[in-house]
Design a binder for this molecule. Structure first.
Ligand code: ADP
Ligand code: ADP
Length: 227
């Protein structure tokens, strides 16, 4: 379970990106943060794994202050997926997937096997595993991004508009693969999107933010659909 307790982020230029945010992302569920551009979604997400430090307030993971977790704990425990996959261009697909296990010093052969298995799970054709990212389509790269984030089997996944940059048909496929995987893996997920339809489709719980970084409401997707 991830908890935000009165979390505020004020950037040095005075912009208040997140304003006194309190919410809980339950274990094994998908919590979606939705709202217009600039409402503080990315800032909120990146404070969880401390890529951004909150100005005040507390963020905890299973009761532990993430501000007191070390880099290795944050990397191992929290997978991170971004919009344009962010794959390393000079590494093959399968080596990209093995990035975090390698950093953790896992056995090479085991890492390779696990990486290939994960690529299969996200629906990437096996013959693409030895290509370089630039040789893949945007949608294929996002599949690799998801596989890479899952490689060390983190209990938590942070996902920042992972499916927003691909065309609608591919987006739909990616969302379905993701929901399938999640029904099996049961990760604790915080998922950021500006797309309310995506929020309703994927979220077990949807938190709506508004510009200025305040929480407008947090509810069941069924409730949002009806209102
Ligand atoms: P979202 O992800 O919802 O688009 P962000 O978290 O990226 O929102 O940004 C929230 C607000 O903080 C915006 O007004 C944005 O311009 C501002 N912001 C983001 N990063 C910085 C920064 N490094 N310095 C100053 N302001 C920033
Ligand atoms: P290497 O030294 O192998 O080149 P880096 O240390 O430069 O790797 O970067 C590892 C990459 O792993 C990061 O740039 C980021 O894209 C990704 N990554 C995986 N998990 C996390 C995480 N929890 N927080 C931040 N980045 C992560």
């Amino acid at each position: 379970m991830i908890r935000f307790d009165g979390v505020t982020k004020k950037y040095p230029d005075g912009t208040v990106a997140v304003d006194d945010l309190s919410l809980t992302a339950p274990t094994g569920k998908i919590t979606v943060l939705v709202g217009p551009s600039g409402c503080g979604k990315t800032t909120s997400l990146r404070m969880i794994n401390r890529m951004i430090e909150p100005t005040s307030g507390l963020i905890s993971l299973d009761g532990q202050d993430t501000g007191r977790m070390n880099e290795a704990q944050l990397r191992r425990g929290i997978g991170y997926v971004i919009q344009h996959a962010g794959l390393f261009p000079h590494r093959t697909v399968v080596d990209n997937v093995g990035t975090v296990p390698r950093l953790l010093g896992w056995d090479k052969k085991e890492t390779l096997e696990r990486s290939r298995e994960l690529l299969d799970r996200v629906g990437l054709a096996p013959e693409l595993a030895d290509r370089y990212p630039s040789q893949l389509s945007g949608g294929q790269q996002q599949r690799v991004g998801v596989a890479r984030a899952l490689a060390a089997d983190p209990p938590v996944m942070l996902m920042d508009e992972p499916f927003s940059a691909v065309d609608p048909v591919v987006r739909d496929q990616l969302q379905d693969v993701f929901l399938d995987l999640q029904s099996e893996l049961g990760k604790t997920i915080v998922f950021v999107t500006h797309d309310i339809d995506e929020a309703i489709k994927l979220g077990d719980q949807v938190a709506v933010l508004r510009v200025g970084g305040k929480l407008a409401q947090i509810s069941d997707p069924a409730y949002l659909l009806a209102h």
